[in-house]
Design a protein around this ligand. Structure first.
Ligand code: ADP
Length: 330
């Protein structure tokens, strides 16, 4: 009984982007924390699945947590914590590894893409990159999560999480809630401004096409004004034929609470659209940057929020993870 349980997370693999914000974080703050019992997690263990610098991951975890608070997550309303501070995630991940199959892991699009990227860099592929979805399933299932508000790049992983929950329940007895992915209505996939056929991502090497939440207004403007556009100069909303312009319309719609097709009707040229997109993004990010600066000056406050968050998360997860161990025979 009780309220809907929501869980979602963000990886400290780089600075948070406009994609993370419009596709996920913004709704966590505006909607989920008000309507649900919501947990939001900086999933730092996931950042260890690829080549990483320990000091950088530590710094980025902290920055991600501060940005979640700056974006409006209120520790009085929701639980904000860091994954590695709650051991239940790893305890349950092992049981998920004993539930999932090798074939299922190798089919994941994100695995194929990231493994190819590591190999292209001449690196080797960590085993944890392959098993990543089992840890993500554990993150979600440990809390009896009903809904997972994520961008649509994560729907395949949430589908796998559902499959694992169903399989576990059938084989070992009803233990887990089967969660649903909840992509946003607009901006479910913000695309790279320089390469509008791939998603904007925080860990991409190229940064000209990525708007970071902490970019200075002038930098944001420059990136938007230089966004790659499509042939022609008429503004129409066509995701396949005009991915660059459709992306800018999606961003504008998300920032102004509008409808992308409707917005397209108001522009005669790309230039005017870009200017409005730049203004809208700068205004959307302004309060966030200001609050982040305040929080950065008060590390003790952030520490205390994360400690209390981890305590609550642990208390919620432990009974279900214990039950899963018993159900599996250990
Ligand atoms: P990233 O790909 O930036 O490392 P994460 O895996 O940390 O993102 O995901 C954090 C949240 O942000 C997830 O809900 C994810 O679906 C969402 N997200 C990430 N990139 C985008 C994007 N380009 N557009 C919309 N949502 C996104």
């Amino acid at each position: 009984g009780g309220r809907v349980r929501v869980f979602s997370g963000v990886q400290p693999t780089g600075h948070l982007t406009l994609g993370n914000y419009l596709g996920a974080v913004r709704r966590w703050a505006a909607e989920d924390q008000h309507r649900a019992d919501a947990l939001f997690c900086v999933v730092d263990l996931h950042a260890l699945t690829v080549e990483h610098d320990p000091a950088r991951v530590r710094r980025l975890s902290r920055q991600a947590a501060s940005l979640l608070l700056a974006a409006g997550l209120d520790p009085e309303r929701c639980t904000v914590f860091v994954q590695s501070q709650v051991d239940e995630h790893l305890r349950l991940a092992y049981l998920m590894e004993c539930t999932a199959t090798d074939g299922e892991m190798r089919r994941m699009i994100q695995y194929k893409e990231k493994a190819a990227r590591e190999q292209a860099r001449g690196g080797s592929v960590r085993l944890s990159l392959l098993t990543y979805p089992t840890l993500m399933a554990a993150d979600i299932l440990a809390y009896g999560t009903d809904e997972v508000p994520v961008g649509d790049d994560q729907t395949q992983h949430v589908q796998l999480t559902r499959d694992l929950a169903v399989r576990f329940n059938q084989r070992y007895g009803a233990t887990f809630v089967v969660p649903k992915a909840m992509p946003p209505r607009v901006a479910a996939r913000v695309m790279d401004l320089q390469e509008p056929t791939s998603k904007m991502g925080k860990s991409h090497a190229r940064t000209a096409g990525t708007v970071f939440l902490l970019d200075e207004p002038e930098v944001v403007r420059k990136k938007v004004m230089r966004a790659v556009t499509d042939g022609g100069d008429d503004v129409v909303y066509e995701r396949e034929a005009r991915p660059g312009i459709a992306n800018l319309l999606d961003v504008l719609a998300a920032c102004t609470d509008g409808d992308p097709e409707r917005l397209a009707e108001g522009y005669a040229s790309y230039g005017a659209l870009k200017k409005d997109v730049a203004d809208a993004v700068v205004e959307t990010l302004r309060p966030l940057r200001e609050r982040h600066a305040e929080l950065a000056a008060d590390p003790a406050y952030v520490d205390e929020v994360l400690r209390a968050g981890a305590d609550r998360a642990r208390g919620l997860a432990k009974p279900r993870v214990d039950a899963a161990y018993r159900a599996m025979g250990v």
